[in-house]
Design a protein. Structure first.
Length: 191
């Protein structure tokens, strides 16, 4: 097997692993279950990570790395503050759509994977602040304290990530990000 083939096979396994976890969660799955579902051996799984816990964390990193790339690509050609902010937060919501409630619950309950989500949420909150700052600099944002608005967005994003919004409102993470996009865009631009 060539190095390129091995790398492609690893990426394919991670994609399949992410798909499995997103649809069914991961807490209830054993390594035997995972190997069976991915039609590979446990030794193949051990080439991806040394334990189930490390495998879950690695798959979570793989998922969020791909999601971040898709989100950033979605705003590459978008101009104007309101459109960029809406596109960004909507894309975050779309990226989370495949994640079942079971996956999100398992993610919230498993510290190594939850930390990956927290890091990505912090990155997204910083990105929102950057978009608000850009909008303020361009005069597209009405008179608001950009750092405060970004902090409110970050707090809401953290509550979405911790499943608090889902338990209080019934919105899944994807829906919550869409609502946040509407709230911020309308509130900051006066649309």
């Amino acid at each position: 097997m060539t190095a390129a083939h091995a790398t492609a096979r690893r990426a394919e396994l991670f994609d399949q692993l992410v798909e499995l976890f997103l649809s069914e969660g991961f807490a209830h799955l054993t390594l035997d279950d995972i190997a069976s579902r991915l039609r590979c051996s446990k030794s193949t799984l051990y080439t991806l990570a040394g334990s189930k816990e490390q495998l879950v964390r690695a798959a979570t990193v793989h998922f969020f790395r791909g999601a971040t790339d898709r989100v950033e690509a979605s705003i590459a050609g978008v101009h104007g503050f309101a459109d960029r902010l809406t596109a960004y937060l909507s894309a975050v919501g779309v990226a989370l759509e495949p994640a079942s409630s079971k996956y999100m619950d398992d993610l919230a309950a498993f510290a190594p994977a939850r930390e990956v989500y927290e890091q990505n949420t912090a990155f997204a909150a910083k990105r929102v602040q950057d978009l608000i700052d850009d909008g303020a600099a361009a005069g597209e944002v009405r008179s608001v304290h950009a750092a405060f608005v970004a902090d409110v967005a970050a707090s809401t994003m953290a509550r979405i990530q911790s499943r608090e919004v889902a338990s209080r409102t019934g919105l899944d993470d994807s829906q919550a990000y869409s609502e946040l996009a509407q709230l911020l865009t309308n509130g900051i631009t006066g649309r």
